[in-house]
Design a protein. Structure first.
Length: 115
């Protein structure tokens, strides 16, 4: 089981980025998956989650209305579309899945929001 994030970078406030999480060793459609982030000096926090099968989503209050989590079952990938980015969104973003009770994290992708 492996998850690999990509798509981070430097963006100006108000801009957009789309993060990708390539999954291997399991099928994204049958597992709940999440995006977390960790800003410098802060604890890792849940940003967004998508349930298995039905695809219901949940977001932290700080990103609701600006971020959208989705998955592509054909590409076996998870995405996070981030719009109206703010400097406080600066963090390393991680893809997460719990597979048969074992948590798996990617190495993360850095998002920096700055002018």
């Amino acid at each position: 089981v492996q998850v690999v994030e990509s798509g981070g970078g430097l963006v100006q406030p108000g801009g957009s980025l789309r993060l990708s999480c390539a999954a291997s060793g399991f099928t994204v459609s049958v597992h709940e998956m999440s995006w977390y982030r960790q800003a410098p000096g802060k604890e890792r926090e849940l940003v967004a989650a998508i349930s298995r099968a039905g695809g219901s989503t949940d977001y932290s209050a700080s990103v609701k209305g600006r971020f959208t989590i989705s998955r592509d079952n054909v590409k076996n990938a998870l995405y996070l579309q981030m719009n109206s980015l703010k400097p406080e969104d600066t963090a390393v973003y991680y893809c997460y899945v719990r597979f048969w009770g074992t948590p798996y994290w990617g190495k993360g992708t850095l998002v920096t929001v700055s002018s």
